[in-house]
Write a protein that binds this ligand. Structure first.
Ligand SMILES: Cc1cc2nc3c(=O)[nH]c(=O)nc-3n(C[C@H](O)[C@H](O)[C@H](O)COP(=O)(O)OP(=O)(O)OC[C@H]3O[C@@H](n4cnc5c(N)ncnc54)[C@H](O)[C@@H]3O)c2cc1C
Length: 737
């Protein structure tokens, strides 16, 4: 077995450190982000960890302890991470990666702490994305932490979309929150009356302002919009009672009531007046789309951080499990290795770790993509504005040509001059990145939080009874339960799946996906140990299945790939998430391998880290392939009626007497025949003659190939397990239990 074990020079000796992560997650050259990580980590492992350890999660009330956490965010620069330098911030340019890194560090210790910090940004996001310059300036400046020497308490915000049942949920187009004209004096700004009840609103206990979705209840206001309400506005600004949450107890959540008057200038993004009617420049749906497509990414990152944070406590628990027992002497295998003597314990931890790597890679890749997309989107808006196009159908039409150019680009060779021409076209760049972001954002939110929650249960189970106690190091029980909220808020899984079912069928995305499949094959030819080939085969199967289902019907002639048929579309969306996560993980390891040697810290022990992380990639790619194969097979075959043994359907079966005859000329044919009827009509004990379906031969060929592509994946898992059993960890966790 020596040839497949990890050689000593290649074994990873310590857990991947900051230098490795900075390369993998692409912020090795961003000193500002490295500083943010360090300060967020300080708050997380200091203030936040102490709050959790001292039982602050045991109350629903907003306490001075929890409030001190918000102040710690201010002092550490976490609050300012959202702001532009002129608004009191310190990061120049897009901030998606920055906010995701801060969320990662906070969630490493407690999801509620991360949410408390993100909720302030969520409240500002409608203003940041679509607000007028005056609105942006006012609220971001007020919410920025005080500068040294400034005596000011920063404003906190809350975002209120959700309403008491039966309103806003998955179908966010239905609102009961209303806006009416209260006063409108000739030549003056109209005064609006807002009547909104919120449900489950984060940050509400202490919010000074709220951004809320409302719909018109007045013929003088058109459609819906988002408005900003301030605590001191005339009327009722009732923070409401705290929600009795089972999760994220370090953040504040409650059901507020608003009934107040605001000037029309608080409509986010402004308005125009047409024929005596106030027409908001953005309806609430447009604002939600712009906000959530960015803010859902750090939520996915939170669950990913928790998975990776589980590794060290589990290793420590497993190793120390039998220490102190009579007869377990220091130096004995039982003393040193504890439960890690057992393969299953190691393999399960490898699965948790591999999922954490894939989820983190996917999340940060998506965050970086939005950093790239933000300036290109602005450029696109400027170009279209010059052409007199301001959103809506006209924009979709204008971009259609760019989409065709993008698809053409993806089909060209790397050295093609035409490729360079198309690459230089900002509209082509926009449609490419937009199509990718439209898939990767919901995929991050859905897979990281949904599958992540399942895997956090695995992590908890590895700690035995300890896992479900308050004393569990790393607060794993909390993290597991909290993950369910991450899967729910900002739109539960159905919302993400629904979005994916639309965006994953875009022609541009599918062309990109084909290019990604080819890219994985190329990677596999030089880095077979990453599982890239396994992944490419699974990607091919997914694309074949999507194409098949888009044309296939059920026995009654009903279309299979159809918005109402969530059994088909949602399952395919789930399958896709596994693929994109695995791809991101592989790309990050290649980045480490390429850039690591130039980094004085990461280069130390690099070979071992790359080997181990590649083995995790291979393990994860095999898991993804298995999941995709299962889902696709069920969808391809599952919507056909099984043939039965009746006259009509068994006519393709062999009769025993026929087989005897055929055997004389085709020796061995009997061994191939499954469905043989005896002379008296009796048949084998099974559901009916074996089923086939249109295209099944193609599918089965892909499936056979995929199965063979799993070759080596368990060897990779064995190697990873060996490393997990040997890797050094610090004596104690660096935050309290
Ligand atoms: C602690 C906490 C904090 C929150 N913070 C905020 C906040 O700050 N601001 C805010 O506005 N909201 C907030 N929310 C609300 C949160 O965003 C919603 O609870 C969430 O979007 C889910 O909506 P819902 O509760 O109405 O679930 P439902 O819509 O009732 O969903 C229930 C289940 O049915 C499924 N389902 C629903 N519709 C469909 C469909 N069409 N197809 C298939 N399946 C479907 C869902 O996937 C889910 O599994 C918070 C919630 C919590 C618990």
């Amino acid at each position: 077995m020596a040839s497949i074990a990890v050689s000593d020079s290649k074994i990873m000796l310590t857990l991947p450190g900051d230098a490795v992560r900075q390369i993998q997650w692409r912020f090795a050259d961003r000193f500002d982000l490295q500083m943010l990580v360090q300060s967020a980590r300080g708050v997380a492992r200091g203030t936040v960890a102490r709050l959790v350890a001292s039982g602050e999660r045991n109350t629903h009330e907003w306490t001075p302890g929890k409030a001190s956490m918000m102040e710690a965010f201010d002092r550490a620069g976490v609050t300012a991470a959202f702001m532009e330098p002129e608004e009191g911030g310190f990061i120049i340019g897009p901030k998606n990666l920055a906010l995701s890194l801060a969320a990662f560090e906070l969630a490493w210790v407690d999801g509620g702490a991360a949410t408390a910090s993100l909720a302030s940004f969520l409240a500002l996001s409608p203003i940041h994305e679509r607000g007028t310059p005056e609105q942006v300036n006012r609220y971001k400046t007020l919410a920025a932490p005080p500068q040294p020497g400034e005596d000011r308490i920063p404003w906190r915000g809350a975002f209120a979309l959700t309403e008491p049942l039966p309103y806003v949920g998955v179908d966010a187009s239905m609102l009961s929150g209303k806006v009416r004209v209260a006063e409108w004096k000739e030549g003056e700004e109209p005064i609006l009356h807002v009547d909104k009840r919120g449900r489950f609103i984060t940050n509400i206990a202490f919010a000074n302002f709220v951004t809320a979705a409302v719909i018109s209840d007045d013929p003088r206001i058109k459609g819906s919009c988002f408005v900003i309400m301030e605590e001191t506005d005339e009327g009722i600004f009732d923070h409401g009672t705290p929600t009795k949450k089972l999760v994220h107890q370090l953040s504040s959540t409650g059901d507020p009531i608003f009934n107040l008057k605001i000037p029309a200038s608080r409509i986010i993004g402004g308005y125009t007046i047409k024929d005596g009617v106030i027409v908001p420049n953005y309806n609430h749906g447009e604002i939600i789309d712009a906000v959530f497509r960015r803010t859902r990414v750090p939520v996915g990152i939170m669950s990913a951080a928790k998975l990776l944070s589980a590794v060290e406590p589990v290793i420590r628990y497993q190793r120390g499990r039998f220490r102190g027992a009579e007869g377990t002497k220091p130096g004995s295998v039982r003393y040193e290795q504890g439960i890690q003597q057992r393969e299953d314990a190691l393999h399960r931890l490898v699965d948790v770790w591999a999922t954490g790597e894939a989820a983190t890679s996917l999340g940060f890749a998506t965050a970086r993509l939005f950093d790239e997309l933000d300036p290109i989107e602005k450029q696109k808006n400027a170009i279209l504005k010059e052409r007199g196009i301001n959103g809506g159908r006209a924009e979709l039409k204008a971009l259609r040509e760019s989409e065709q150019r993008a698809i053409e680009l993806l089909s060209l060779k790397v050295d093609s001059p035409r490729r360079r021409e198309l690459e230089a076209d900002p509209l082509v760049q926009f449609v490419l990145k937009d199509a990718e972001a439209n898939v990767l954002c919901p995929a991050t939110k859905l897979w990281n939080t949904g599958h992540g929650a399942n895997m956090l249960r695995e992590a908890v189970s590895l700690m035995g009874g300890y896992g479900i106690t308050e004393d569990c190091p790393g607060f794993l029980g909390n993290k597991w339960m909290d993950a369910q909220l991450e899967a729910t808020y900002e739109g539960p899984e159905a919302v993400q799946r629904r979005q994916l079912t639309v965006t994953m069928t875009s022609e541009v995305f599918l062309a990109q996906f084909r290019a990604w499949t080819a890219e994985m094959r190329r990677i596999a030819s030089s880095r077979p140990g990453t599982g890239a080939c396994t992944l490419a085969s699974a990607m091919q199967m997914w694309q074949w299945t999507l194409n098949h289902l888009q044309n296939a019907t059920d026995p009654t002639g009903g279309k299979l790939y159809h918005g109402q048929r969530q059994g088909v579309t949602f399952a395919l969306a789930d399958a896709l998430c596994w693929l994109v996560a695995s791809r991101a993980q592989i790309l990050d390891v290649l980045e480490l391998e390429a850039k690591g040697p130039d980094d004085p810290v990461a280069s130390e022990g690099l070979e071992g880290a790359v080997q181990f992380l590649s083995d995790l990639c291979h393990t994860q790619a095999a898991a993804a392939a298995g999941e995709v194969s299962r889902i696709c097979a069920e969808l391809v075959f599952g919507y056909n009626c099984h043939p039965s043994w009746d006259e009509e359907e068994h006519r393709n079966c062999f009769l025993a007497s026929e087989l005897e005859e055929l055997e004389e000329t085709m020796s061995g044919i009997s061994a191939m025949a499954f469905d043989v009827l005896a002379a008296d009509g009796t048949h084998p004990q099974k559901a009916g003659p074996c089923a086939g379906c249109a295209g099944s031969a193609d599918f089965l060929r892909l499936q056979a190939r995929l199965t063979a592509c799993l070759t080596g994946s368990r060897l990779a898992k064995d190697r990873a397990a060996e490393t997990v059993s040997k890797v050094m960890i610090p004596e104690a966790l660096d935050y309290p239990a």
